[in-house]
Design a protein around this ligand. Structure first.
Ligand SMILES: [Zn+2]
Length: 251
């Protein structure tokens, strides 16, 4: 453990409250189940405050979070000795090491993202106006075992690839997504609480993109299967005829 002096308690209380709120937000939006998901933030003394493994993230209390070293090593003594840091802690450490300006990391098993990648589909954020601006790139990370150093290294590499602005999130094959937050706005000092919210915004945008992509594929498939061109634009039926009315009811 480091000999650095700990962050002021009021700062830590604010960060703990922000992670507790973030966990509730993920739960309220149906983005986590059981003990899924993990959230961390860089503390003022350059450690990490991170969720514990096995606990519901939408039912966290401030004491359910752990302070750990940012690079490796042991967790600081938790308030409850029975809790351990997230099993995905290697992902968080790898990202913070690779992206010094990142102040928060959030990961969730986003249902639509898992479904799409399970089906071999990778959505392109450039196709939707909001994600084109707020998630201009969404790198895809092929499947690797959860909790492995291999997965952590691949995610960190994906989030540092390319030119600025670097990606705000990465899509994980069959494993949801990881998003980061920098917490910077208009030249003001970066705020770790804003960074947590930013990471969650990005996670939610990934899921919106994936839901939209999935729905478009389903509609497209259904329309193709039903002969959509004939249904939507009947070439011979006149408006109001029984045939066209019946057909419109299926659209
Ligand atoms: Zn996971």
């Amino acid at each position: 453990m480091s000999s650095r002096s700990p962050a002021p308690s009021e700062d830590m209380a604010r960060l703990r409250a922000a992670i507790v709120a973030a966990g509730r937000r993920l739960g309220a939006r149906g983005l986590i189940a059981a003990g899924e998901g993990n959230i961390s933030v860089r503390t003022p003394d350059q450690r990490l405050l991170i969720t514990a493994t096995g606990l519901r993230k939408d039912e966290l209390a401030p004491a359910d979070l752990l302070v750990v070293d940012a690079r490796a090593g042991e967790a600081a003594p938790p308030s409850d000795p029975g809790i351990r840091p997230s099993s995905d802690i290697a992902i968080h450490r790898a990202i913070y090491a690779a992206r010094p300006n990142v102040l928060a990391v959030a990961h969730a098993h986003l249902p639509a993202a898992m479904a799409l990648t399970l089906a071999g589909e990778v959505p392109d954020p450039a196709f939707l106006p909001e994600t084109a601006v707020l998630l201009p790139s969404l790198p895809f990370v092929p499947y690797a075992a959860a909790g492995s150093e291999e997965l952590a290294a691949a995610i960190a590499a994906a989030l540092t690839h390319g030119q600025a602005p670097l990606p705000g999130a990465a899509l994980l094959e069959r494993h949801g997504a990881v998003a980061v937050g920098e917490g910077a706005s208009h030249g003001a000092a970066a705020d770790p609480v804003a960074a947590i919210r930013e990471a969650l915004d990005r996670l939610e945008l990934v899921e919106v993109l994936c839901r939209t992509w999935r729905d478009a594929l389903l509609v497209q498939a259904a329309a193709t299967g039903l002969g959509a061109r004939a249904i939507l634009r009947p070439p011979s039926a006149s408006p109001g005829s029984p045939a066209s009315g019946r057909r419109r009811s299926h659209t």
